[in-house]
Design a protein around this ligand. Structure first.
Ligand SMILES: [Cu+2]
Length: 129
């Protein structure tokens, strides 16, 4: 496709015609604006939240180093016996059956010490930032 054919297809019969050029430029600007709008709407996506998992294996809690208050916190029991996670102040507690995973509520920043009330020697602390 040579220049004349390209101009003909995009703008009009006469590539030298200023009206054709203006129309072509207007179409370019219009499509840029439309694409621009589409792009900006996809960049305003909400903040992403991650999954932070506390695991239980061999009668021990394994806690992630840092958990954000926006994270979805899960408790996964990889043992073959039932466990539990209970805050030391007993404000929250949840049982987790063998091989199961349960969701925990989102937590405000702070340090949360907890234990398994079935096996009181299982102790851990979760830090939420
Ligand atoms: Cu336990």
């Amino acid at each position: 496709m040579n220049f004349f054919e390209k101009s003909h297809a995009l703008g009009g019969l006469f590539p030298q015609c200023t009206m054709c050029h203006m129309r072509f430029r207007f179409a370019l600007v219009l499509s840029f604006v439309l694409f621009g709008c589409g792009g900006s709407s996809s960049t305003t996506s909400p903040q992403s939240s991650q999954v932070a998992q506390i695991t239980i294996e061999n009668m021990e809690f394994s806690v992630p180093d840092s958990v954000s208050q926006t994270d979805h916190i899960e408790l996964a029991n990889n043992d073959s016996v039932e466990h539990n996670l209970m805050f030391m102040d007993e404000s929250f507690g949840v049982d987790v059956a063998a091989g199961k995973t349960v969701a925990l509520p989102q937590l405000k920043p702070g340090k949360y010490s907890f234990h398994c009330h079935i096996h009181p020697t299982m102790l851990a602390t979760l830090t939420v930032s």
